[in-house]
Design a protein around this ligand. Structure first.
Ligand SMILES: *[C@@H]1O[C@H](CO)[C@@H](O)[C@H](O)[C@H]1NC(C)=O
Ligand SMILES: *[C@@H]1O[C@H](CO)[C@@H](O)[C@H](O)[C@H]1NC(C)=O
Ligand SMILES: *[C@@H]1O[C@H](CO)[C@@H](O)[C@H](O)[C@H]1NC(C)=O
Ligand SMILES: *[C@@H]1O[C@H](CO)[C@@H](O)[C@H](O)[C@H]1NC(C)=O
Ligand SMILES: *[C@@H]1O[C@H](CO)[C@@H](O)[C@H](O)[C@H]1NC(C)=O
Ligand SMILES: *[C@@H]1O[C@H](CO)[C@@H](O)[C@H](O)[C@H]1NC(C)=O
Length: 345
């Protein structure tokens, strides 16, 4: 029953939220409550990591073991508790990220990558292995999980057999999710409770896999993950071939100058001149960029990237509103469980 499940999930969301907050206070400094040290920035316009190269580059493994293989960085769940995760050493402040990956097989296995900030702004892509023609998008503003209308489901062809490029293009004005270069969802600043819930603070990139269907998880989480994970069918592996990052406001560090969590309150320290940085960036790849100067701390970030984002006119398929109440109620749990899962391990 959908309604029964909805309430189950709602209850789990509350429990998980508490867990999340508790975990966060012990693992990081939330700039909305405290004065925190500045975030290390990606001090260049573009950084590409080829995970088939034998190295994880500027990524730290925060849980489990992640290895570089011929297919890319390999994230494997083979037994209970496995949740290998990497994160970028640095933060970006608006930007474009392409993750070329193949999701894991199995039941209840979640292959995911997210952008996340210190005050819990978050932008997500998540693939639940049980549903092999779907991938989900979601976002959170300042850890606010009270809304059930943030998630969407996007159709994707054989994500567990085919490498696809899952992208996020993030500016102060809107967020776009792109699948293989086509925009599949756009979130305008104003549509996120007039910006209040709009992700807008410096983000780190996190990539990981976990078992939503672990028998020890709550019934609701297992249900959301499409059933119990049977580890004897494993191991289940996700591969990330490459990650291409463009930072629209390259700087050595980002500092929250007050406790609002507004992008206008973020100060970029020792910022890089994008125009001069572009000369070196564009020689390394096919990216073509129209960048004007960025005015961090003022009204807008002006850098606008093309690269794969240029084909912005593509088809949009977003599940939203009442028609998707069944799915959307679940997204909250998805992300909360993800973070809980990551933190827990
Ligand atoms: C920050 O403060 C708000 C309000 O004072 C509180 O609700 C929230 O739980 C706090 N968050 C953290 C991570 O301490
Ligand atoms: C990530 O790795 C770098 C270099 O290996 C290290 O200097 C840094 O402290 C690590 N960061 C975290 C958050 O562990
Ligand atoms: C959380 O989001 C809801 C809408 O989804 C909004 O009504 C509420 O004001 C937000 N709460 C905070 C503390 O921003
Ligand atoms: C995924 O697992 C199912 C069931 O075990 C199997 O039929 C299918 O071939 C697998 N797909 C891949 C890509 O391994
Ligand atoms: C900014 O640059 C100055 C001069 O190079 C340096 O002393 C300072 O540590 C830098 N600040 C940060 C936050 O990196
Ligand atoms: C940024 O670099 C470009 C090209 O090198 C230069 O023309 C411009 O004056 C620089 N802008 C600033 C603010 O330094």
């Amino acid at each position: 029953m959908v309604f029964k499940s909805y309430y189950q999930w709602a209850a789990i969301a509350l429990a998980a939220t508490a867990q999340l907050s508790a975990a966060q206070t012990t693992t990081s400094c939330n700039p909305l409550n405290k004065t925190c040290s500045a975030d290390t920035g990606l001090n260049k316009y573009r950084l590409n990591t080829d995970f088939t190269s034998g190295s994880l580059g500027r990524w730290n493994t925060t849980a489990g073991t992640v290895t570089s293989t011929d297919l890319g960085a390999k994230f494997t769940v083979s037994e209970q508790g496995d949740a290998p995760t990497i994160e970028s050493e640095f933060y970006i402040f608006f930007g474009h990220v392409d993750v070329k990956m193949r999701a894991a097989n199995g039941t209840g296995i979640i292959s995911t990558w997210i952008l996340e900030s210190d005050d819990l702004d978050e932008i997500d892509w998540e693939q639940i292995s049980t549903y092999s023609t779907e991938i989900q998008t979601d976002y959170f503003g300042k850890g606010n999980t009270t809304s059930y209308d943030r998630g969407t489901t996007v159709t994707v062809t054989t994500p567990e057999e085919t490498f696809h490029t899952y992208s996020i293009d993030w500016t102060s004005e809107r967020i776009q999710w792109l699948l293989d270069g086509d925009v599949v969802r756009t979130l305008e600043y104003a549509d996120a409770v007039n910006g209040k819930n709009f992700p807008q603070t410096p983000m780190r990139i996190r990539i990981g896999i976990w078992a939503g269907g672990d028998p020890d998880n709550s019934e609701g989480t297992i249900e959301w993950a499409g059933g119990e994970t049977d580890y004897t069918e494993g191991p289940f592996s996700m591969y990330v071939e490459s990650v291409d990052i463009i930072n629209y406001n390259p700087a050595q560090a980002y500092k929250y100058t007050d406790k609002t969590g507004a992008y206008t309150s973020i100060k970029a320290i020792n910022g890089t001149n994008i125009s001069s940085n572009l000369a070196t960036s564009s020689s390394t790849g096919s990216v073509s960029v129209t960048a004007s100067s960025t005015a961090v701390g003022s009204s807008s970030t002006a850098a606008s990237s093309s690269s794969s984002a240029a084909s912005a006119a593509s088809s949009v398929s977003v599940v939203s509103g009442a028609s998707a109440s069944y799915y959307t109620s679940v997204f909250v749990i998805a992300a909360v469980s993800l973070v809980a899962g990551l933190v827990q391990y």
